[in-house]
Design a protein around this ligand. Sequence first.
Ligand SMILES: Cc1ncc(COP(=O)(O)O)c(C=O)c1O
Length: 463
Amino acid sequence: MSNLTPTNSAIVAAYVDTTPGSAALHREASAVLPSGIVHDSRHTDPYPIYSQRALGARKWDVDGRELVDFYGGHGALILGHCNPTVTEAAQAQLALGTHFGTCHALEIAWAQLIQQMVPCAERVRFTSSGTEATHMAVRLARAFTGRPKIMRFQRHFHGWHDHMAFGVDNHFDGSPTPGVLLEVAAEIVLLQAGDLAAVERAFAQDDGIAAVILEPTGASTGMVPLSAEFLRGLRAVTQNYGAVLIFDEVVTGFRVAPGGAQQLTGVTPDLCTFAKIVAGGLPGGAVAGRKDIIDWLDFDVAADRKREKVRHQGTYNANPVSASAGIAALTLIRDTDVCARATTAAAALRDAFNRVLAEEDVPWAVYGDHSVLHFFTNPNGLAVNPLSWDANAQPVSVFTGDPRKTLLSKLYLALVVAGIDPKGARGAIVSAVHGPEEIAWATDSWRRALRMLKAERELTSAP
Ligand SMILES: Cc1ncc(COP(=O)(O)O)c(C=O)c1O
């Protein structure tokens, strides 16, 4: 049931007015899809928008409205929508075959690119998604170390399989969410990120920890920022205790730098996981890392060592269409300044949004060091100057999330009404094809959305 209605909010009235086609599709969808959606992050009060087509940094909804897109295929589209090289490669492959049921040359070329670009990638195994990649990474770590437990951090997201399905936006005590076994949750050591002393204590007290997995730039791609010093500390502690360090680079991979966060920080993990950009915007994922760990998948090594190998199937692993799109995308990222252009565009957007916040006297801030930006909506009324606020200098407690659901819902709806589709009310994902025109458009949308919120008395002035 929707709490927001056109009668209690002018923002909702404007949203409903401009999106009748989406409303109709959502009514139809609700009779067949739970909540009418296929991914939890699309849950929107009163209903989500439905898109019809997209190109570059823009997309068009079913009502024909043009939006500047700041969700970028959940981060998969650093090259923007329908990059011609990627599209041509995928189309050519569609005509040649989508699944051979045999090996093919594309899987080798795709893996070789990853091996060249990513510091830890001595070997690669493809999966069909990021969830499958993190699932495989923790299984490999357990097989390699012979230990049962996995350390991970509150709010860090690694997909939806049983080991990762709690402690992200709730269940911070490590208890399981519905459908997850208590026994599985018991094998997870869930800590607050950034606290190296707590990590060391956990290892000192428990010799059953196989691996540490984390998002290397911090939870939700840096929404809760994490220092490179913490990564260096983790590298040393995991080495001391013989545990496997896993960077989940599903978003940061091929984005924050061509070789991901590990290249940017100079901290090389034992394993890393990819999805999104790795497959050029098509379904796909990968685990990459040390040969001696990934060798647990190798038949000959298992026979030589007289051990049972780690099993792994997957109908769509390295399917030829994803492989061809992935090769095209990674080649462009390797050979041109794609990552740098996305980071530069994001910095321009961040600065412009913060100038608007200052001009509109709103004590919020937009932050993010790479091409994923975050909106800090300041739920506790801290004294924030948008022009100088430094997210990296804040304590973790500042980033516990904003409980004001109505405000956040209205912020998102107002931004859509004003012409952009951000990452919910949480931030913006920027690509290499967001240019000055899109940044100017979005800056105007941001100001108009803030003014709509002010008109509904949802915003307080700076203290
Ligand atoms: C850091 C991270 N890890 C893993 C995943 C899961 O990837 P997928 O949605 O492909 O299963 C995501 C998805 O957003 C992610 O952001």
